[in-house]
Design a protein around this ligand. Structure first.
Ligand code: MOS
Length: 727
């Protein structure tokens, strides 16, 4: 459908339900334990067996032998599946490392066998009896820091090379040239990867799983098992977080399907927590050199960002330069994203891939430049705002209110009263610091479909394969349908996560909220047209839906009456058009942080955080706020704690569980405030909304780092800011 309709004619603009803070409709189910997660779906298939994987103990080489005799003889064991007994299984297009099969080891903790038994305990016990012999490859490369010479690397994306950076930088009276590093990170979502698989007599596969992208898992399973999409069903109604780790098929669903095929019974497999960091994907490490030149008034004349990252051969890494072509003005620009192939586990998307790491560096660099210029860092950013693509000035931003974020944030935070001398404010043993940073995250949209049913009782049902990974999809979809049909949120039933429903955007890249609600909007428009037809071919645009009734030409009819003879269904999808190519769509924020660093121990306590966010229409301020404060917590982790420690000799992440990989929680932050500008982005979607889930993370770590510098006078450019770097 074409959603570029004249302003004011969109029924969703009414804002009766949309845009109102609405508690999550799945909240009571989740908090009371009644929302079934993938591993807990005991009721969906009878006689379930449990599978427990065996993981590789080397990072690179070949399996020479798998001896499973002792495991097969162990109590309760039904089958042992061995990687060496089969070919490499098809891999999903967007990951380069396959999940099972063959004798080649590509990364540590690769799954090499699966023990299937009558109970989880029996499978786990027997897994320890499987003996695997390897021929380890001596020469392997796990250390990005040995590749600082970027001539070795390949291009991750095309360069941005505009004007003459070298000349402008050489001429600039004020310059900065610094290198920043960010470590590998793991998603650390609450629910592990888990699946239950079952085959029927006709060779059809059903997988109850935990995935962000139902349709991508269908595609992955089709490719792995040589099936057609109509032979695969995926069901994923509740997901305990993903952060990108569940975008693609993982070993759990492949192993469960293999176990079920071998035993003829349903098999469930969860990846044990200590295997997740190395078996799945992670956020790659980055080394970022940033150069900025400015005139004495603070106008940026030259900017360069060399971003180096790593991945498995052929894969994607972390493009830390993602924001730099677009965030700040400057006529001369050189942006060079580079990748090095290493033999660590495959690096891939983690919440705000690219910008999350890139802004950790760029927004410290901006703080350092402001200091060199003797400028307020807020004013420095305002001066260098741009309303167009700096590399392509005929391409405007569809809606960019970054300056408003900065000004409102500074006002609300009391920025004028901040400490202006690094290390200059002390309360007893605590050094007090203030810092800020800007945030940029692209606003993607993905085609999305939905089906809506008007039931004879006048209530509605929405069906789409959209997922709710803890973000609030159920609720914003109910709000959308309620708004479009003049119903209350409690009169809309939302069914998600089943591949039998229309294909949606899924949850990723902060495109889920704007895209999936656009699909629901489209289906509701179609339903309204059908209702108009039934009311005697009246003009659908003239219909008014409110309080469970529809009014046409002064005549009011209840929706129950209209559907009295049977359910009315309508299905449609939004395909995002090329007109989006003419504009840049992104989301923005300004972050402000006050913290205290203990002068004796180096411990950091965050006192308050404020985010002012610009992300189009906010569909549900309550769940949007939850997304942003969750991102702030994650950003604090990135700043102070989170780091997958690489064993560069043996090629694995050493701290691969939640005891060794520390993440903060909300209670670690005394006060978090979130403000949304709540504008309308006319180019984004029919609801003029954009996502906030990744924006909430972007820029936070740099705001913390800048406040830390302000408190201590010590500039740390190597994340995380752990005590050893402070003392
Ligand atoms: Mo996001 S990293 O696309 O789930």
């Amino acid at each position: 459908m074409d959603f570029n309709e004249p302003a004011g004619t969109n029924p969703a603009d009414r804002g009766t339900v949309l845009g109102k803070s609405t508690p999550r409709i799945d909240g009571p189910l989740k908090t009371s334990g009644h929302a079934p997660y993938a591993y807990e779906r005991h009721d969906v298939a009878e006689d379930q067996l449990a599978g427990y994987p065996v993981f590789s103990a080397i990072a690179r080489g070949r399996i020479t032998r798998i001896d499973s005799a002792a495991a097969e003889a162990a109590p309760g064991v039904v089958a042992v599946i061995r990687s060496t007994d089969m070919d490499v299984l098809g891999k999903h297009g967007m990951n380069v490392v396959p999940h099972f099969g063959g004798d080649e080891i590509r990364h540590y903790h690769q799954a090499v066998a699966l023990v299937v038994a009558e109970s989880f305990e029996a499978a786990r016990a027997a897994s320890g009896l499987v003996r695997v012999a390897y021929d380890a490859e001596g020469h392997a490369d796990y250390d990005l820091s040995t590749h600082r010479d970027t001539a070795m690397a390949r291009k991750a994306e095309p360069d941005q090379d505009v004007g003459d950076f070298a000349a402008a930088f050489a001429e600039a009276p004020v310059t900065l040239d610094e290198t920043y590093t960010t470590p590998c990170q793991t998603h650390a979502m609450m629910e592990p990867h888990a699946s239950i698989a079952q085959w029927d007599e006709e060779g059809r596969l059903t997988v109850w799983s935990s995935t962000q992208m139902v349709n991508w898992l269908v595609e992955g399973l089709c490719s792995a098992f040589d099936l057609d999409p109509d032979q695969v069903r995926v069901d994923s109604p509740f997901i305990g977080g993903g952060f990108g780790s569940k975008l693609f098929m993982r070993a759990d669903s492949v192993l469960a399907a293999l176990g079920a095929r071998a035993t003829g019974r349903p098999v469930k497999v969860a990846l044990p927590r200590p295997a997740i960091a190395n078996n799945t994907t992670h956020r790659a490490r980055t080394i970022q050199r940033i150069r900025i030149g400015a005139d004495r008034d603070g106008r940026i004349t030259a900017i360069a960002h060399d971003g180096l990252s790593h991945t498995q051969p052929g894969g994607d890494g972390e493009n830390s330069t993602a924001q730099t072509p677009f965030f700040y003005a400057g006529a001369n620009r050189l942006i060079t994203p580079r990748l090095v192939d290493l033999h660590l586990p495959e690096a891939h998307a983690m919440r705000a891939p690219g910008e999350a790491s890139g802004l950790m560096a760029l927004e410290i660099a901006m703080d350092e430049m402001a200091e060199k210029l003797g400028m307020d860092p807020v004013e420095f950013r305002i001066l260098n705002d741009t309303q167009v693509d700096p590399g392509q000035p005929d391409r405007p931003f569809s809606d960019r209110n970054f300056v408003t974020c900065l000004r409102q944030g500074a006002d609300r935070f009391g920025w004028a009263d901040r400490n202006t001398t690094p290390g200059g404010r002390r309360e007893g043993m605590w050094l007090i610091g203030h810092g800020m940073a800007g945030a940029y995250r692209g606003a993607l949209t993905m085609n999305s479909g939905a089906l809506v049913r008007l039931r004879p009782d006048g209530t509605a049902v929405v069906e789409t394969d959209m997922t709710d990974i803890g973000t609030g999809s159920y609720t914003i979809i109910a709000q959308t349908a309620a708004e479009m049909l003049g119903l209350g949120v409690d009169q809309v039933e939302v069914r998600l996560g089943d591949s039998r429903y229309p294909v949606s955007s899924g949850s990723g890249g902060q495109f889920g909220a704007p895209s999936s609600t656009a699909g629901v909007y489209a289906a509701c428009v179609k339903l309204r047209e059908e209702i108009a037809r039934r009311l005697g071919n009246v003009d659908a645009g003239s219909l008014d839906f409110a309080d469970g009734r529809v009014t046409a030409s002064g005549r009011s009819t209840s929706l129950a009456e209209i559907a009295a003879d049977g359910e009315i269904t309508a299905e449609d999808k939004v395909a995002f058009g090329e007109f989006q190519d003419d504009v840049l769509m992104a989301t923005f924020a300004a972050h402000f942080v006050e913290l205290a660093v203990h002068a004796g121990t180096g411990e950091t306590r965050v006192r308050r955080m404020l985010a002012v966010c610009d992300a189009g229409r906010i569909l549900n301020p309550l769940s949007a706020r939850s997304q942003v404060i969750g991102g702030m917590v994650m950003g604090l982790g990135a700043a102070l704690m989170e780091e997958l420690a690489i064993d560069t000799g043996r090629g694995f992440f050493a701290n691969h569980d939640l005891a060794g990989y520390e993440v903060p929680v909300h209670a670690d932050i005394a006060s978090q405030e979130v403000v949304f500008l709540d504008t309308l982005d006319p180019a984004s979607t029919p609801l003029k909304a954009k996502g906030v889930g990744e924006l909430g993370l972007c820029g936070i770590a740099a705001a913390v780092a800048n406040a830390h510098y302000n408190a201590t006078g010590l500039r740390i450019r190597d994340y995380p800011l752990t005590l050893d770097k402070v003392l």
